[in-house]
Design a protein around this ligand. Sequence first.
Ligand code: HEC
Ligand code: HEC
Ligand code: HEC
Length: 501
Amino acid sequence: MDLMAAIWTQTACSEREHYQGERGSKPVFNKIKPDVEFYLHYCDTIQHLRSFAGYTVQFMVLIIMLLKVALRKILNRTALKAVTAGAALLSGLAAAQPADPEEVTRGAYLARAGDCVACHTAGPDSPQFAGGLPLDSPFGIIYSSNITPDPQTGIGKYTLNDFSRAVRDGIAKDGSRLYPAMPYPSFTAITDADIRALYAYFMNKVEPVSYNPPETKLPFPFNIRLSLVFWDFAFVKHERFKPHDDSDAQWNRGAYLVQSLGHCGACHTPRGLAFQEKAYTESSPVYLSGALVDNWFSANLRGDSASGLGRWSEADIAALLETGHGAQAATFGSMTDVIKNSTQYLHKDDLNAIAHYLKTLPPHGEKSAYRPDAPALDRELAAIVSGEVELPGAGLFQSFCAKCHKITGSGEPGKYPKLAGNSIVLSENPASLIRLLLKGSLTAETNSSPEVQKMPGFAEKFSDRQIADVLSFIRKSWGNSASPVTDREVTLLRQALKKKP
Ligand code: HEC
Ligand code: HEC
Ligand code: HEC
């Protein structure tokens, strides 16, 4: 390709992007060059090649990383253990025994704690546990399996060992590997007694449903399930939960629930390049420090005082997990479903244990701060009331938000969340805030808080600039101090939500 052609390709591509963006047409080319169709075609081809090349490079990086981690493991001589984990660790399990009603009841409770219903039910009107829910992963859509005891389409023919291998080791009965969209890297910590109870529940209490969920079809190379052997080898420890002798029983119970069945880290722990959770226990400072999942930012659950749970009491956390409301906030986004399907059913002791455990995680290190101080508060109030120009967003807040959240940012207990000192408002990553403002939200509907409150969406009413302004305003008012939100961030999230609502 000669230099001129290269320059023309560049021009054709960038001009087309520009004009398609503006009007969806390409009249400008006709003025520039008569054989523009040729260049357009050329542009398409080059772009295809480019994206293919990018994809291949990404894949290569992934493989190299996996090999590196695997090699390190072999050198540490832990490799053999990991490979044989599936078989060896299970040998301690007896085969299925006649159902003990108490065990079945405990299994039902554990299935709640593991939120199996959320991923294994296709929708509100679909049969429970029959699978078919499409789960979004960076590699494509993965459909959940039918885990009712139907012998043909479900897990009816699974022995206790088969069930345990699937849930704790990510290997289906036919030997094929499960995608980690099934949170088996967390479930691997489930104790033998609990896996037995879960099995007893699924086999004896769940209605068999004959239904074949749609087949998962990921693009090459992710369609090769065998390649997951490497992924698993590199990133999953296959260790059952081991209580810490130097911690009390409540801490150990909380740690167990959070790390294993609760799989809180699947949303709250940042992921690495290969989509692996960067940590599965408190031994790492990034564990539960917050992560972007499906365009929601799952909050930082560590001890950071502004953007984490540093100022929350154990009672606040337990209340939030039970009712969807806490002294500090109301939940929204994907956390609403976690509360609705799972945590609201947990016993008080277990909720307190989870809260107790979370409160022992040290801060991750944050830039946000909360410093309620009276003079600054007065200045902001005055600015809101007078609609002062120096504070963009203040006027919008007064007109559109103060009705519910109040001029002082105090909200209304149990109804409208407080914005002053709110850890979500102070979150380092504003994605959840932007998405909430654009789309609005409903509070979690729970047995203890059946009345649902609505936060309206402002996608139609506000420009990107206005959303950024009003969010930047609440992030630095009433003692809040967090980085401003830019209109570019709002634009990008709006686009992302158009592609994947
Ligand atoms: C975050 C979503 C999610 C949760 C929560 C979840 N699963 Fe899954 N599960 C999946 C997906 C997706 C698959 C299919 C993976 C695949 O096709 O590779 C799956 C597969 C399985 C399988 C394998 C079935 C087979 O074909 O062999 C079993 C068994 C299973 N899950 C049981 C459970 C149990 C029990 C729980 C609760 C303790 C649970 N799952 C919670 C997403 C989830
Ligand atoms: C499906 C993803 C998902 C899972 C699983 C999940 N969370 Fe969340 N969580 C979120 C999102 C998103 C938010 C931010 C929105 C909000 O605050 O409601 C959040 C917020 C929270 C908050 C409020 C934090 C704050 O600063 O307001 C707490 C507490 C919490 N989660 C605890 C848990 C615990 C404990 C578990 C495990 C039992 C868990 N979460 C599992 C997605 C998830
Ligand atoms: C009709 C009452 C109402 C109005 C008006 C309203 N909100 Fe909300 N807002 C709510 C409710 C209810 C929630 C809780 C939503 C949930 O939990 O799903 C909420 C949640 C929030 C949150 C998340 C806090 C948390 O802990 O959940 C922020 C931030 C927020 N609103 C900002 C705003 C801004 C900025 C405006 C104006 C542009 C606004 N709201 C207008 C009712 C309202």
